[in-house]
Design a protein around this ligand. Sequence first.
Ligand SMILES: NC(=O)c1ccc[n+]([C@@H]2O[C@H](COP(=O)([O-])OP(=O)(O)OC[C@H]3O[C@@H](n4cnc5c(N)ncnc54)[C@H](O)[C@@H]3O)[C@@H](O)[C@H]2O)c1
Length: 362
Amino acid sequence: MSSVKLEENSIFNQLSACGHQKVVFCNDDYTGLKAIIAIHDTTLGPAIGGTRMWSYKTEQDALNDVLRLSQAMTYKAAITGLNLGGGKAVIIGDSRTDKSEAMMRRFGRFIEDLNGTFITAAEVGTGTKDMEYIRMETEYVTGVPESVGGSGDPSPITARGVFMGIKACVKELFGTDSLAGRIVAVQGAGHVGEYLVSLLRAENAKVYVSDINEERLGKVAKRYGAEVVNNNQLFDLDFDVYAPCALGATVNSETIGKMKCSIVAGSANNQLADEKIDGQLLLDKGILYAPDYLINAGGLINCYSEIAGYNKKRTMQLADNIYEATREVLKKSKAEKIPTSLAANKIAEKRIQDIKKIKSTY
Ligand SMILES: NC(=O)c1ccc[n+]([C@@H]2O[C@H](COP(=O)([O-])OP(=O)(O)OC[C@H]3O[C@@H](n4cnc5c(N)ncnc54)[C@H](O)[C@@H]3O)[C@@H](O)[C@H]2O)c1
């Protein structure tokens, strides 16, 4: 324990509060690059996480965001059984006007300096083209286009993981994981939503689908034989599974009050508006919630596969493992009478502690 006295709002205190290992501030006046790379935990392997480019109002906002997001990546990798740690990067700026090839390549050189302890991918405000620029300066980047040896669109893998999460919940409640005759409401007919609808329909589930993009909604519904429903009236309907595949925070005290379903399982990030309050509300109401960061881990699995040498069959297998991982979370939640979100966090933390212990021997 250090005897150094730190100011109340010191960065070191902030790092200690969430257990971060390292934060790197990257500055380059020529390209205008101002980035922060946060490495949360590398017990399980190199820290992986996307690079977000955003017009943060203050440096502190950027730091808060990168610390929060990198910690979440540690949990996601741990619970999915991947040998990866958690990290994240943010670039401060407007991705539409401030980005350039030189800036992204300079950022790639900062990543290279970290010698493989941090691997990045595309996130909000960055895309495959940016990853290609970063790749020119470092090999520690994933999510480059298929044409240059990458793994391409992760959405089919993400949908597969969500499908497995739904099946695990259905098994828990109904004793069989067959979806034939079950009713699933998919909110959001985008990349993941469309693949999910196709998997559900292939197993003869009845599917309601909603989206604010009418054209896309109509196309997806027609292609797979799903029923279009009004997004605002979704919770008036009776269905077994609510699959949020559009926005976060759609599971909150108001919507939980209206829900008639018995399962919540979808791809959207941060589905619970307040993890503690809403996790408990769902538990009290007897609604099974498949933690979002577990069942939407397909994107991360895709990146992992890219690092290990892409193999489609192996990648699908890893996504299928989400079934057993979800079963384990549900079992723990039931045994300890705790929300599934908390059960998932505990399982992730235990895996990290266990591996830390075995690595401590010479
Ligand atoms: N693509 C992936 O591999 C992946 C991985 C992990 C998590 N996710 C998360 O899953 C969700 C869906 O991702 P995606 O790649 O399919 O995105 P997408 O942008 O392709 O699709 C989102 C869809 O939701 C619709 N939508 C937006 N607001 C809506 C609203 N209020 N009500 C209903 N529909 C609405 C949009 O019109 C769009 O069709 C996002 O939250 C994303 O962060 C995606």
